[in-house]
Design a protein around this ligand. Sequence first.
Ligand SMILES: C[S@@+](CC[C@H](N)C(=O)[O-])C[C@H]1O[C@@H](n2cnc3c(N)ncnc32)[C@H](O)[C@@H]1O
Length: 447
Amino acid sequence: MSEQQRAVGEGLTGDDLLEGVEVDVEVERYAHGGHCVARHDGRVLFVRHTLPGERVRARVTESTPGRSFVRADAVEVLRAAPERVERRCGWSGPGLCGGCDLQHVELAAQRRLKAAAVAASMERIGGLDVTGLLAPEAEPVAGDESGLRWRTRTTFAVDDRGRPGLRAHRSHEIVPVDDCPITVRPALATGVLEQDWEGALAVTAVAPSVGDPVLVPVGERGRPLHEVPRVTEAVATPEGERRWTIGARGFWQVHPGAPATLVSAVLEAAAVQPGDRVLDLYCGAGLLTLPLAEATGDGGQVVGVEAAGPAVDDARAALAEHPWVALVASRVDEAFGLARTDPGRRRPRRGRTRGGPRARHDLLPPTADVVVLDPPREGAGAAVVAAIADLRPRTVVHVACDPAALARDAAAFVARGYELSALRAFDAFPMTHHVECVATFRRADAV
Ligand SMILES: C[S@@+](CC[C@H](N)C(=O)[O-])C[C@H]1O[C@@H](n2cnc3c(N)ncnc32)[C@H](O)[C@@H]1O
């Protein structure tokens, strides 16, 4: 019987979709996370390496009894979508490196998929219709043309023979690589992929915008094996080029175009006036704090809050000439006097105390004109959103790298009397499913 007459997997029930089983499926929508939805006998398959509208042979890679969905890879394309292109990386594909989910998709189409995924998250999770607010394509960040050679910080896992590589998708397996086409050439020119890293569990190659690239090998629990070098990053702000010197392992935007793009997007959204009181929450080394301080001028007041002590020290150094900026070394929830929140988890980690409410930090003002927040992937959470709303800022600018977390926070802002007035998505991580968003909320009763 030919394949036209009989699809692979025909006759199998949803319960038969065990690891390794192959089925031919029609691919439906793209879902945030780099996979598309398909169905077989009522069971959902999250299929990687495919596109909406394709027909593919999907091989199940993860199947948990009782779960409504399985995970799968498209191992053969039976009908290709017009947006499909040749992968520009030999280590990307089913069973290979898990880093890039969208190497097989034309760049403009990647950006359409990301915008659609953001809109879908806002609607399904946040209950917010963003039609007319969000552009149909995620916007490229400054200087990105090909979507390749942009990653200035890449961590390579090291296998038990000391060879560096990249992890397979949802796996501890390390795929040895001798290139990573999304990593900038100076980071690879360090020889990171040619060296023997015996004794290390991972090594991060960092190519800052100023000065030479550096390598940081780490061992158990991510502990650096040597003293961590410091690197310098330069960013154009409206007042001219500004520089930060930071620890090579500290948080910094990985795309070289992202800092300038985010600074410009946040400043436009925040519309800070001279003399304003501004909060920059989860401020890192102060990438956004410094231009916000330039916007308020010395008649204003800016308070940055950041949990990582070394980042706060780096921010203090970068902002030394702006005495109207105060930096608070604290978790944001604790600075607000809240108990520790863990927005990404349904239940607290076992054995960990969440800590009870504590005194509000005395540098946190009772009101603010503008609040900017750029939390980690899990978002700020409803308690922090409520504390921000209680400051009654006229504008809140939320920078988010996870659309689902943004949608949850957005719903919490709307419930507190704010309306979503602008939403932009940026393709700060081409070839991967990741997307950076900047959402603007205005207090509904603010004139
Ligand atoms: C996405 S980064 C943003 C940093 C900065 N806005 C930038 O663009 O460089 C998030 C920052 O939040 C910090 N962070 C994580 N959890 C935090 C918390 N609960 N309270 C305060 N800061 C936190 C991290 O250390 C990190 O510097």
